[in-house]
Structures are given as C-alpha cells and as structure tokens.
Design a protein around this ligand. Sequence first.
Ligand code: C5P
Length: 304
Amino acid sequence: MSAVTVRAAAKINLHLGVGRPRPDGFHPLVTVFHAVSLYDDVTVTPADDWQVTTHAAGHVDGAALPDAGDNIVDRAAAALARHHARPVTGRVEVHKSIPVAGGMAGGSADAAAALVALDRVWDLGTSDDDLLALAAELGSDVPFSLVGGTALGEGRGELLTPVADDGSWWWVVVRAAGDGLSTPAVYRRYDELRPDASPEPAPAGVPLAALETRDPELLANALHNDLQAAAVDLRPDLADTIATGEAAGALRGLVSGSGPTCVFLARDADHAREVAGELRDGHPTVLVAHGPVAGAHVVTVEAG
Ligand code: C5P
C-alpha cells in the first residue's frame, strides 16, 4: 500500500458569459476555463479510518477554510465510495496554495484531486466518464479541475470541450484583502443587476479566436466576465485593484470568476513579475502564474 499525492490547478475564466437562471436555479454558462500554475496538493495514505487535515500556505487565509467533515473532499470521497459500494477510508492531507473563496476553483481542485487520489489508493480504476460524472455532481467547476488545460464550458460549466491552446500566457493574481465572496451571493447580485439577461449566454468566439493568435494583446482585448459588475458591486475595492494593475502596465485586469481575486494578463514572464512588483505595495497577496497547465494528476506515489 502506498501514499498517493495528486496535484490540481486553479482556474481563470478567460470568458464568462452568463444567461438568465434556468428552472433548476443554475445559470447557463458559456465560459472558457484556463488552468494556471497555482496548485493544491492532496495526499491520501491508506488507513482503516477516515480523516481529512487541511494545511494552508502562508498567503492563504486559513480562517476561511471549511470545518472538518464539511469539506468538498469529504463529499468527493463519499460520492466515489457510493459509486463503488465501498467504505470511505484513508488519511487525507490537503495542502492549499490556491486562494480560498477567491473565484479560482480551489475547492473544486481539491475535489478533483481527491477523486483521482482515492481512485488510485482504493485501486478502483474508475473510467474517465464516470469520474467526470461524479465531478459534475460535486460542483460545476470540478470536471474542469480534472481536465485542466483550456476548455470551453457550457451547461452550468460542467459540459467541457477541450480547446487547443498553444500559447503561454502569464498572469498576475491578486487576492483582495478581507473576506472572500460567496459564489451564490455573486450570482444573486448578478440577477438583481441584470433582470433582463438573455437566456443565451454571450458566446466565446472572440476569445477562442484570440487564443489561436498566441498574441497577449489580442487575448487581453477579448477577456470578458459577466459576473464582474456583480462582484465589484459587492466589493467596490476591486475596481481600484483593477485600475491599479492596469496603471502598472498590465494589458488587462479582470475579476476571476465570481471573485474577489483579480487577474491581470501580462506580455510575458518578466512583464508579469514587473506588474506584480508594483501591485505588492497595496495588496498582501500577489502571485505570478502561467497557463495553460495540466488538470488533476498524480505527482508522487510513496511506498508505505
Ligand atoms: O456548482 P457549484 O456548487 O459550484 O455552484 C455553487 C452555486 O453557484 C450554486 O448553488 C448556484 O447558486 C451558483 N451557480 C449558478 N450557476 C452556475 C454555477 C453556479 O447559479 N452555472
């Protein structure tokens, strides 16, 4: 028996088109997911009991972590175990570097990593289709955390089509100080601000074409987030953060997903480090990341 560590990446939405809510309450999306190089690691060690321990990196707000037993990792384990009619066992360590409640799918990354790690430790050999279906039950962003890279997301975000993305895009990630934003609260505010929203989300043709050019100036112009106005309405300081990053030379800044993390596209790695240096003055958490990167994958298997 061995301990298995699986790594899963944060995501940025290069495009987030949001339609009027469906009868089930979810919003129809047309989104372009993009996995970037901020990672959570999930290590599972075989055991007879079940225990999840979470460790937060220095820049991650440990106080915002969910209570034990109330974690998406517990739900991922329960769903996989139910699927195979087996008990939930193992010692799980979650090492978090992705900002919590930040709009970067950190919880979804943990769920995806847990599915892959438990599948290995429990020796289940679950098919990709079944893993994707379990992931979709856990949350709209979890299937993308499994797949990674760059992908078109439709439905409520769970229906994925991989996108060829041969560019190398450099981002500055700024976690706003203070509390995170709750995704349902941002969607509710979106509904209040956009009662006339079309049932059809804004299409993603422009950003998909920009990705093909590998030209950061063109991608910068194509970035789009329908949730940005709602996130800024709930957290007006985000407008200042975006303005500061753009004044520092970023090609474009926008709110990541439902926020409050803001992301800035830079020309290249050096430019990203330069912009990050300028933003560090007023913001406690400023990170540099690149994309696209892989979805949830095994990084180590230790003999136990
Ligand atoms: O799927 P997930 O658990 O991540 O969704 C969290 C919440 O975000 C949902 O309960 C819903 O309020 C909102 N949401 C939505 N439309 C989506 C995705 C999420 O309204 N497409």
